[in-house]
Design a protein around this ligand. Sequence first.
Ligand code: CMC
Length: 428
Amino acid sequence: MANNTLSITDNRTGKTYEIPIEQGAIRALDLRQIKESDDDFGLMTYDPGFGNTASVKSAVSVIDGEKGILRYRGYPIEQLAEQSTFLETSYLLIHGELPSEGQLNQWTNDITNHTFLHENVKKLMEGFRYDAHPMGIFVSTVAALSTFYPDARNLDDENCRIHQIHRLIAKTPTIAGFAYRHRVGLPYNYPDNDLSYAGNFLQMMYKTSQPKYRPNPVLERALDVLFILHADHGQNCSTSAMRGVGSSNVDPYSAMAAAAAALYGPLHGGANEAVLRMLREIGSVKNVPAYIKRVKDREVRLMGFGHRVYKNFDPRATIIKKVADEVFETTGKNPLIDIAVELERIALADDYFVSHKLYPNVDFYSGIIYEAMGFPVEIFPVLFAIGRTPGWLAQWQEGHLDQEQRIARPRQLYQGSDERDYVPVKKR
Ligand code: CMC
């Protein structure tokens, strides 16, 4: 018997099956042959939330949750955060290799050329209510872009795909900047293509009457690093949405709107916003023990703690703590940091958190940095979305080129009633 196989004996029938193991996995469809009778559909797996199911083969990023490792295309996140830029990292994610100097210049040029939005997109954004959540505006505007670029449906044309990738990476900061300015009732700032990717974003957020906006270099670099840290993360909820919706061969704008909608949720990209609201609710260091008790009584969750994959530490959280120190030297310390540090200290020593393997994740400190940089809390998930855009697109493209990709169509275990006859309303 080959030793890279799994032998399964079905005790209902006494039959034994031999199933190949590849890369530590079996193919779920191989289980279909396991039947009680000829008219049996065949065995399925039941896996809510995809806790132990690989839905794709991917070469984009890898996470080792036990060792606290995250790599993009093989490069450790620590090295990229230290030495790369967000645009270079985006190239790496999309193309699989770091660019040469010439390739990087061309890439930067291609992205910078697409930062402007069609004036009608601006008009569309102006139609939102004055207090619309920027993430709601972001999701809708990304979806609307599909109507401006109908050529994007040409998915099998490599040039066309890369064109949409340039557009999306270039335009997400502009959409985010406009969404913010809309909310605060200030005129929208057009892109300034002399500035860096992060510097231009800060300009679109904060420029007022000065003829030329000059971003603070410490904050500009910190934002760039934060974008790098968020750029990809395996098959998380929003990336699965991108791939799942993309598997229908819809255009990338529609698929990315779905991904951004998934990111909006408080258990995913909305967590940084939820962390900040939680810290404000706690209000002071002296209230931390009482809040921890509420978490242990399962009244509330400790936002910014816990991860499906990381069970020791989240390497992004470690890098973010360092970035926080640099930012606070420029902006002054955010008073919420003391509450966060105390929460972390108590939680990491507490048996509930230790036994549940709950550690700070990327969102625990990112919100505090964003706030110190002057970003309003509602824009936090949008910042996450800007950072995640190249990852979504790299994964979408990888899926499209994968010969094994089929339209996403999970099975269900039906729990409803058996066939029954319709009863007219008057007789019910
Ligand atoms: N506070 C308190 N208890 C928690 C927490 C938390 N933040 N997270 C998990 N638990 C407990 C949970 O109650 C459960 O306990 P028990 O087994 O005794 O019933 C156990 O830990 C497992 O929880 P789970 O919900 O089954 O774990 P999951 O892998 O499905 O969820 C998670 C992962 C990130 C959604 C969850 O840890 C959570 O809700 N965290 C807070 C929200 C958050 O910070 N999200 C950002 C994630 S990082 C950014 C990103 O990549 O999206």
